[in-house]
Design a protein around this ligand. Sequence first.
Ligand SMILES: NC(=O)C1=CN([C@@H]2O[C@H](COP(=O)(O)OP(=O)(O)OC[C@H]3O[C@@H](n4cnc5c(N)ncnc54)[C@H](OP(=O)(O)O)[C@@H]3O)[C@@H](O)[C@H]2O)C=CC1
Ligand SMILES: O=C(O)[C@@H]1CCC=N1
Length: 274
Amino acid sequence: MQDKKITFIGAGNMAGSIINGLVKGGYPANLICASAPSLTNTQKLADELAITASQDNNQSASWADVIVLGVKPQMMADVCKALVDGGVDFTNKLVISIAAGVSVTRFQSVLGENTAVIRTMPNTPSLLQKGMTGLFASQQVSAQDKDFASELMGAVGEIVWVEEESQINGVIAAAGSAPAYFFLFMESMQKKAMEMGFSKEDARLLVQQSAIGSAEMVKQNAHLDLETLRNNVISKGGTTAEAVRTFNELNLPEIVGKAMQAASDRGAEMEKLF
Ligand SMILES: NC(=O)C1=CN([C@@H]2O[C@H](COP(=O)(O)OP(=O)(O)OC[C@H]3O[C@@H](n4cnc5c(N)ncnc54)[C@H](OP(=O)(O)O)[C@@H]3O)[C@@H](O)[C@H]2O)C=CC1
Ligand SMILES: O=C(O)[C@@H]1CCC=N1
């Protein structure tokens, strides 16, 4: 990977996961700085990973070749304005946003209309280098910077580039928010297993190992579609058939579709707000 100086502005759950995944994957820690108002998250990252922790956004951003913006969407414009007012020159820098709901146009209206901006939508399994990131590049981004962003996010998981910015909201629905869906599903299963008499620990083990095993089967059987994998578990007249019939009667596919649409719609709505 090209060795570039990277500053993360904001280092909470998501940016922290990327920093962890990057350093554990071998990216030089001395090329990474994390800046946030408090040292709570950043100092922990510095102690564990030997990156630099800072409370000075302007100084950290000025030092970097690549600035990863990892603050909450509602504070993004103010944080960017403060960088511009603080004298940070974005002319030769690559800006990578991980925020939902902040458009390229919005970034460029604050940072300068020719700023090279890549919008990404990662997810928290990036912490384990098992992330999924969608990326969209503004016209100003060079092929070399696109390659760098591919390598950067590729270091913490799989990547997919989208041609239309609006598709980032689809990435949010299918990947960025998705870990929470699977956790909710597993929580619901754990709760029922406990009602069936298992201890909390055993209920979790039953559910988590089933989830991990199923996910691994999906990964290792790319030639099989998901329906086939499902059908391989269903014995005619057996138990799984009853569970799946119940899911379908209660319209699980429609529920999932509606939830994903709600996530995507909220992403589009946020783009108007922030
Ligand atoms: N969580 C997720 O699964 C995903 C989140 N995202 C996106 O990531 C972004 C961050 O979300 P998340 O990590 O969950 O949020 P967190 O609240 O965990 O992290 C926010 C971070 O921003 C820092 N911060 C606050 N104000 C400033 C400031 N003025 N300058 C610099 N840093 C500041 C906070 O610092 P301090 O520690 O001092 O409070 C904290 O480190 C959002 O835009 C979200 O859309 C994208 C994909 C998935
Ligand atoms: O909930 C959110 O808005 C962020 C974006 C995707 C996951 N978390």
